[in-house]
Design a protein around this ligand. Structure first.
Ligand code: FA5
Length: 328
């Protein structure tokens, strides 16, 4: 009776093992048939009903059956693992002939690139770069720079007020007073950064723009030094063929004052202003004006990449439209 049952169960197990489609299924079959509470083990309970001379025979038969099934499971497991590995390899296969995934590449904003170029050329001419604050004291933005109270020249630089004594700086020239208060000549200082003016915005004027200022105080400084420094800067930015032009202009903080323009190709571009530092400013700093003189210049940065890249609207720089910015 139990012997027949053993045969039936083994046959059933045989079939199930052969049909098993995964190693998980084999695990389950192993428990189901051979585990401690598995079906073969359960058969041992029936051994009591056998005549005692048959008990050893049945025990042997049961063990033999267990061994066969264990062997069978191991064999099937091996088969399946080969098959499963092949499937996994197929699924995870890398097609080395596919093109690589392009990584989006960052680049410098054209204004940042221009400011870096400016720094490179100016540092090469012995200038030390210093940053000034965007929120500036009226004192440094205007009074220090020899603007008499209520002078109409201030109207050309309509400002954004912050409080009674502070504004968003309208010109990087504001750095002059901050430096001269605690430095003795000789020095060559430059600064580049953001400026703000309350202006009607159009293709060549923004409320937020950038300037570079440079100034130097030393013995025997003349307009020739200024022109040499500006010519070198212009050549560094626009190439060897660029010409620098000075025309008389007025700024309260220089005497004489000039407007600076450069010719590139067949266009003239007004870049900013310059001149010899007004003696009132040198005196205010406590410098001996018999011994020292200085030059100063301030140029618009935004118009440089406009000229270099042929951009006709400076508002594009601050719009942060990647379609525009990615072209540089
Ligand atoms: C000045 O700001 C003087 N500080 C320059 C200076 C420095 C003269 C030292 C003498 C000695 P001006 O206001 O002209 O000057 O501005 C200089 C340049 O800044 C302009 O030529 C222009 O290129 C740029 N700029 C001025 N306002 C704007 C604006 N709203 N948008 C874009 N660029 C501007």
């Amino acid at each position: 009776m139990v012997t027949e049952e053993l045969q039936t169960i083994e046959a059933e197990a045989n079939q199930a093992i052969t049909d098993a489609g995964s190693s998980e299924m084999l695990d389950r079959l192993q428990v189901e048939f051979l585990g401690r509470k598995g079906r073969l083990t359960e058969l041992l309970r029936g051994i009591g009903t056998l005549p005692s001379d048959q008990k050893p025979l049945f025990g042997q038969a049961l063990n033999a059956s267990k061994e066969r099934l264990t062997g069978l499971i191991a064999a099937r497991r091996e088969e399946l693992s080969v098959q499963e590995r092949a499937e996994r390899e197929q699924a995870e296969a890398i097609d080395v002939t596919l093109p690589g995934r392009a990584r989006p590449q960052g680049r410098l904003h054209p204004l940042t690139a221009t400011m870096q170029d400016i720094k490179r050329v100016m540092i090469g001419q012995g200038f030390e770069f210093v940053d000034g604050p965007d929120i500036e004291d009226y004192l440094y933005n205007f009074d220090w720079l020899n603007f008499p109270p209520d002078h109409p020249a201030m109207d050309e630089q309509m400002s954004f007020s912050v409080d009674d004594t502070h504004l968003l700086r309208t010109q990087t020239t504001a750095l002059q007073g901050r430096i001269m208060q605690h430095r003795q000549p000789p020095f060559r200082i430059a600064t580049v950064g953001r400026c703000f003016r309350y202006e009607a915005v159009d293709a060549t004027h923004h409320h937020t723009f950038h300037q570079v200022d440079g100034f130097s105080v030393d013995e025997g400084i003349s307009l020739a030094d200024l022109k040499g420094v500006l010519a070198e800067l212009a050549r560094g930015l626009f190439g060897p063929d660029v010409t620098v032009r000075f025309r008389p202009d007025f700024f309260p903080f220089v005497e004489p004052g000039v407007e600076v323009a450069i010719r590139w190709g067949n266009r003239w571009l007004e870049l900013g202003g310059a001149g010899l530092i007004h003696p009132n400013i040198l005196r205010r700093a406590g410098y001996d004006t018999e011994r020292y003189s200085g030059f100063a210049f301030g140029l618009g940065v935004d118009r440089m990449p406009m000229l270099r890249y042929g951009i006709d609207d400076l508002r594009l720089f601050l719009n942060n439209d990647l379609r525009f910015l990615q072209q540089f």
